[in-house]
Design a protein around this ligand. Structure first.
Ligand code: 13P
Length: 255
């Protein structure tokens, strides 16, 4: 049985003040909520502050990126060991914003996946197609290519205790979420694709949907059998909306 996971990707937003206020509010909104794992990924600058403020709560710490190098002359980068040291658990890699703005390739992202596994961290691998690819009927081919970068180099076993976030680029920050049926179809494709190599690993891998998830559409998305949670951008910056999403996952996925 898969345990749902809702994670907030704060992207390039925040300040010491906001971290303080948002975590204080989340702790209060989510106290007593069980049945859903919850994580927040603030900017790397605030990970230490966030870790201290999360102490004693059920909320886990995430990060938004990692470098492939372990240490050395790589100005501006952050290593997997550093993220582990600071107490992060879930690390987002392959986000479409990094693929687009930082020209990250499938091969680089597969290397990031490997360094995270080696460090004992949980990769949250983002995949998903652009609007043009979607309209050209290439959704499955794009997702398969992005998954295969990891599958062919690391094998299906790498997805044991890992997370995949299906985030169609056309749904990110647009207010235009995929419909539950659309998202479910792609999630099933992703699970089946991994199952071709290892059915047991495919059955346990957490598949999140991301792209304009909000307090109003979350519950319906979570009714779908292969949607195990959400990677939430904009709505994760509002404690009340994020809490509604977490509670919807806990409710929908109760045994
Ligand atoms: O990119 C996302 C999460 O990683 C989704 O962002 P929005 O929820 O703002 O659409």
């Amino acid at each position: 049985m898969r345990h749902p996971l809702v994670m907030g990707n704060w992207k390039l937003n925040g300040s010491k003040h906001l971290v303080n206020d948002l975590i204080t509010a989340l702790r209060s909104e989510l106290s007593g909520v069980v049945g859903c794992d919850v994580a927040i990924a603030p900017p790397v600058m605030y990970l230490d502050q966030a870790k201290h403020q999360l102490a004693g709560s059920r909320l886990a710490l995430g990060a938004q990126n990692v470098d492939v190098n372990l240490s050395g002359a790589f100005t501006g980068e952050v290593s997997a060991a550093m993220l582990k040291d600071i107490g992060a658990k879930y690390i987002i890699i392959g986000h479409s914003e990094r693929r687009t703005y930082h020209k990250e390739s499938d091969e680089l992202i597969a290397k990031k996946f490997a360094v995270l596994k080696d460090a004992g961290l949980i990769p949250v691998l983002c995949i998903g197609e652009s609007e043009a690819e979607n309209e050209a009927g290439q959704t499955e081919a794009v997702c398969a290519r992005q998954l295969d970068a990891v599958l062919t180099t690391l094998g299906a076993g790498a997805f044991e205790n890992a997370v995949i976030a299906y985030e169609p680029i056309w749904a990110i920050g647009t207010g235009k979420s995929a419909t539950p049926a659309q998202a479910q179809a792609v999630h099933k494709f992703i699970r089946d694709h991994i199952a071709k190599q290892d059915a047991a690993v495919a059955e346990q891998v957490i598949l999140q949907y991301g792209g304009s998830v909000n307090a109003g559409n979350a519950a319906e998305l979570f009714t779908q059998p292969d949607i195990d949670g959400a990677l939430v951008g904009g709505a994760s910056l509002k404690a009340d909306a994020f809490a509604v999403i977490v509670k919807a996952a806990a409710q929908a996925k109760q045994a």
